[in-house]
Design a binder for this molecule. Structure first.
Ligand SMILES: Nc1ncnc2c1ncn2[C@@H]1O[C@H](COP(=O)(O)OP(=O)(O)OP(=O)(O)O)[C@@H](O)[C@H]1O
Ligand SMILES: [Mg+2]
Length: 342
């Protein structure tokens, strides 16, 4: 196929500049991890596709003009936001829809719903999928007198991802700490706050690939915390743990394939992820972040549309375990999108 990889870039350059620097980027050792768009390009080239890299900087239409001049069969959408604003991740797919160009992954609507952690939980709850109870506070909104608080609770920014704004102080045990953390989310992260019941349990990441009735659940990845620490605030994937310590000498968290899971829990996880995929109108690939409690109850913490597709991260690892080498995994997403688009 003739494929364009579309992505957002904070670097001011012509959309096709990224294709020119491809060889240079791939030859540089960035801890073995070039940005996902380059990894996707390498994977698709290895599978024999004709690939061009198109980055969007300040004018999203520049990419669309490129695609009008030199049409492609498919776009692999690797965009994660626009400019410095992650919540604009729907923008490039929306423009691709307007141009009638088919692309991989979630629709703008699905991206908007899944980015909002409260909206996601409301949709899932409607389908009887278990989610932690929660309260929400819009920017500037204070705790209300009639709110029914619960502790321990975890306070998260409503729309940020990659564990931004998640630290030990996110877990709160009383009303005063809760109030402070909500204020922190409003003032420092400029986002609404969601306060969730802290769910004690194993942390599992379950990826799904496919569309319609043809959905495949990939092997479960588990995040292991320091076994010597049992306090809730030591058993969450903070930004620090997720993005820094994994390269450090002594990682605080470790991703492994899940240790044994009971048959009952396995069935519940499968049901939850398949029903959740459908309920949220996900497409092609997605990852659910779950907690499994001591009674084998499955709780959805969040659904990730267009999960981070780089080598060595959750879904690529799970795909590998399921027998898809990295180029296969990336190409499978392309093929699923192509079949869906017709
Ligand atoms: N209700 C909860 N109960 C227990 N732990 C939680 C809860 N919500 C979040 N956490 C912890 O905080 C981490 C980050 O939360 P969440 O996945 O909602 O945020 P995110 O920033 O969108 O993450 P990602 O990096 O997956 O995009 C989780 O991986 C988990 O360890
Ligand atoms: Mg998460």
């Amino acid at each position: 196929m003739n494929v364009a990889i579309v992505f957002d870039s904070t670097f001011p350059a012509d959309p096709s500049y990224y294709d020119e620097v491809y060889d240079e980027v791939m030859a540089t050792d960035f801890d073995g991890e070039p940005d996902p768009e380059y990894q996707i390009a390498a994977a698709l080239r290895e599978r024999g596709h004709t690939v061009k890299l198109l980055g969007a900087h300040d004018d999203p239409m520049a990419v669309m003009h490129h695609l009008r001049e030199e049409p492609v069969d498919m776009v692999w959408n690797a965009s994660e936001g626009f400019g410095t604003i992650d919540s604009l991740d729907f923008l490039l797919p929306a423009l691709l829809d307007a141009e009638g160009v088919p692309y991989t992954g979630a629709s703008p609507q699905c991206l908007m719903v899944t980015r909002n952690k409260a909206m996601t939980k409301k949709v899932l709850a409607h389908h009887n999928i278990e989610v932690p109870r929660f309260l929400t506070y819009r920017i500037g909104e204070e705790l209300r007198k009639d709110d029914e608080f619960f502790f321990p609770a975890i306070v998260k920014p409503m729309r940020l991802d990659a564990s931004q704004g998640i630290s030990k102080a996110s877990v709160v045990y009383d009303r005063e700490a809760l109030k402070q953390r909500v204020q922190f989310v409003h003032e420092k992260l400029h986002d609404a706050a969601i306060v969730e019941d802290y769910i004690e349990g194993r942390e599992l990441y379950v990826s799904v690939m496919g569309n319609g009735d043809d959905l495949r659940i990939l092997p479960t990845v588990e995040l292991l915390f320091d076994p010597d620490k049992n306090k809730p605030e030591d058993r969450i994937a903070t930004k620090k743990k997720k993005w820094k310590d994994q390269y450090g000498k002594k990682p605080k968290v470790r991703q492994v394939f899940a240790r044994p899971i009971s048959a009952v829990a396995k069935e519940r996880i499968e049901h939850t992820c398949l029903a959740g995929f459908r309920a949220l109108w996900l497409r092609d690939f997605a990852r659910f972040d779950l907690r499994l409690d001591a009674e084998d109850r499955v709780w959805v913490l969040e659904a990730n549309a267009n999960p981070y597709p780089s080598r060595g991260h959750e879904i690529a690892n799970a795909a590998k375990k399921a027998g898809m080498a990295y180029p296969d995994f990336i190409e499978t997403i392309l093929k699923l999108a192509k079949r869906r688009a017709g």
